[in-house]
Design a protein. Structure first.
Length: 119
């Protein structure tokens, strides 16, 4: 059973930084795609960043390019999202998600962590 647990959210002023962590367990993730999603109140959930664990080719939403960086610590099965130059519009619940390379949908989700950016 795949389990994903996020941590690292909080309250930060605009221009500040946060690093989110996602501890993954229950599977060997070398054939998985990992992603960070976010959902703000009244808005649809959006994919912020993602990568294929084996190839580590990263994807970023246009809204976060140049400010957010996704990375992994393979030995610890942990995925990170470094968020710099945060803006109030980055305020959302951030979710870690995983899917196998053969799947088109992310079917494993963490519980989410709140990020609030004050102006």
């Amino acid at each position: 059973q795949v389990q994903l647990e996020e941590s690292g959210g909080g309250l930060v002023q605009a221009g500040g930084s946060l690093r989110l962590s996602c501890a993954a367990s229950g599977r060997t993730f070398s054939s998985y795609v990992m992603g960070w999603f976010r959902q703000a109140p009244g808005k649809e959930r959006e994919l912020v960043a993602g990568f294929s664990w084996s190839g580590a080719v990263a994807f970023y939403a246009d809204s976060v390019k140049g400010r957010f960086t996704i990375s992994r610590e393979t030995a610890e099965n942990t995925v990170y999202l470094q968020m710099n130059s945060l803006k109030p519009e980055d305020t959302a619940v951030y979710y870690c998600a995983a899917r196998s390379i053969s799947s088109s949908d992310f079917n494993y989700w963490g519980q989410g962590t709140q990020v609030t950016v004050s102006s």
